[in-house]
Design a protein around this ligand. Sequence first.
Ligand code: URA
Length: 205
Amino acid sequence: SPKSERWALATVPEPTPESGLDNCRRCSLWRNATQAVPGEGPMGARLMLVGEQPGDQEDLAGRAFVGPAGQLLDRAMVDAGITRADCYVTNAVKHFKFTPRGKRRIHQKPDVSEVEHCRWWLTEEVAAVRPRLIVALGATAGRALLRRDVAVQRERGAILRLGGGGSLLLTVHPSYLLRLPDPAAKVLEYDKFVADLRTATTYAM
Ligand code: URA
């Protein structure tokens, strides 16, 4: 079941209050979030996809990329010929950061310190999964993995080398596509996103 493949359960043999992801206190985001959202997918997956942080729906469900951005990602992966269940999907930051506005919870970008603190988990995931290629979805994931500022539009679509010997492909975050107001631009950008995912799977398989 997907649940048994969830990384936090699969690779922390005896979770202790200190070691379990849901008990993480490395930064303060745990205070307002419902739960930590672990990565999901098989160990040994050839492709690993990294987003920014769980959104509203992910925070409630406890699963990465199940909300609107996740649905767009699902569609793009299908169009790129990628089976999501074969991939390991996670986020740079594992708790949802938001500000309440009435009944809604408005997504807030994690700051550098939160990304740095949460990198501990991401590094563990990369070491456990050992993917052939990591796809960084957006600037936050790119920065978390490359440990430097990234220019998504300039650096996207190429195979970049990671310090530890791995490879990374940077592309846009699916939420960027959702936010584009112009329908024509949306279609164009969606096609570019699918093309990046195709480059990734060609490299990884
Ligand atoms: N956006 C992300 O970056 N990750 C998710 O899991 C959902 C939305």
